[in-house]
Design a protein around this ligand. Structure first.
Ligand SMILES: NC(=O)c1ccc[n+]([C@@H]2O[C@H](COP(=O)([O-])OP(=O)(O)OC[C@H]3O[C@@H](n4cnc5c(N)ncnc54)[C@H](O)[C@@H]3O)[C@@H](O)[C@H]2O)c1
Length: 248
């Protein structure tokens, strides 16, 4: 069994209220960590925190809109006043499936603000303390959409491709301080977002996965826990968790 060393550490997970984010909260909680759970959906986020941590001692639910730099700064201040952050999991994302002809400039900017700029701002706000303490782990939730082209993925896929580049650059900048930065690139995960495409589309998409099914959120969360663990010697990497949908 891997000793993750995460017991007593503080982990910030963005997009925590549902889907993969909720599974990440559960997985890090199981490791004995304290969780700052950040989401724009205050109600669902508070409900999840109350269900998983009735005492309120282990999870701090925080409401913030990651497209707003001021809200990010305020959230980081609130969280750091609670506990210094050791692990940052950038999981929140704004999905957008539109063609070249359909995407509006406002949608393009919003996808980039949430999926890329927020990662830069959160990293800058929280990595300073990690560097001072000589330990930090940053895990960025990317996507196969950033590795291989898909029609309707211009904004989302390009932002995710940017996230992979940013992961490597920040990994290089922060390595001297004991802070690792890695990305996870899932294909399809069994979340409400994916189920909403309907059974026929889901079956067609599943048929493209060599392992014959889509990932569970727990399978993806386990990789994030590994990358956040104390003894990981991995940095600047992208972990493909895609059932073989892209082999490289
Ligand atoms: N579901 C998949 O099949 C899949 C595949 C590849 C990659 N991913 C990536 O995994 C991550 C999680 O995916 P998911 O399916 O759980 O997504 P989801 O849409 O179910 O959940 C995303 C969460 O982020 C929150 N969020 C969205 N915009 C926000 C904002 N502006 N400020 C704060 N919070 C905001 C939402 O409220 C939601 O709780 C994302 O980065 C996604 O790109 C998902």
């Amino acid at each position: 069994m891997l000793d993750t060393g995460l017991a007593g550490r503080t982990v910030l997970i963005t997009g925590s209220a549902q889907g993969l984010g909720a599974a990440l909260v559960r997985a890090f909680l199981d490791e004995g960590a304290y969780l700052a759970a950040l989401d724009i959906d205050e109600t669902a986020n508070r409900e999840l925190a109350a269900a998983l941590d009735p005492s309120g001692a282990r999870i701090l639910p925080v409401r913030a809109d990651l497209s707003d730099p001021g809200a990010i700064a305020a959230a980081c201040e609130e969280i750091q006043a609670w506990r210094p952050v050791d692990v940052l999991v950038n999981n929140a994302a704004r999905p957008l499936a539109k063609t070249l002809w359909e995407i509006t400039p406002e949608e393009w900017d919003e996808v980039f603000a949430v999926n890329l700029r927020a990662v830069f701002l959160l990293t800058r706000a929280l990595a300073a303390g990690m560097c001072e303490r000589g330990f930090g782990r940053i895990v960025n939730m990317a996507s196969i959409a950033g590795q291989t082209p898909r029609p309707t993925g211009a904004a989302y896929g390009t932002a995710k491709a940017g996230l992979l580049a940013l992961t490597r650059v920040f990994a290089a900048e922060l390595a001297p301080y004991g802070v690792t930065v890695n990305a996870v690139a899932p294909a399809m995960i069994d979340t409400p977002m994916v189920r909403s495409v309907g059974p026929d589309t889901l079956a067609a998409l599943t048929a493209q996965v060599p392992l014959g099914r889509i990932a569970t959120p727990e399978e993806v969360a386990r990789v994030a826990v590994f990358l956040a663990s104390r003894e990981s010697f991995v940095t600047g990497a992208t972990y493909d968790v895609n059932g073989g949908a892209l082999m490289r």
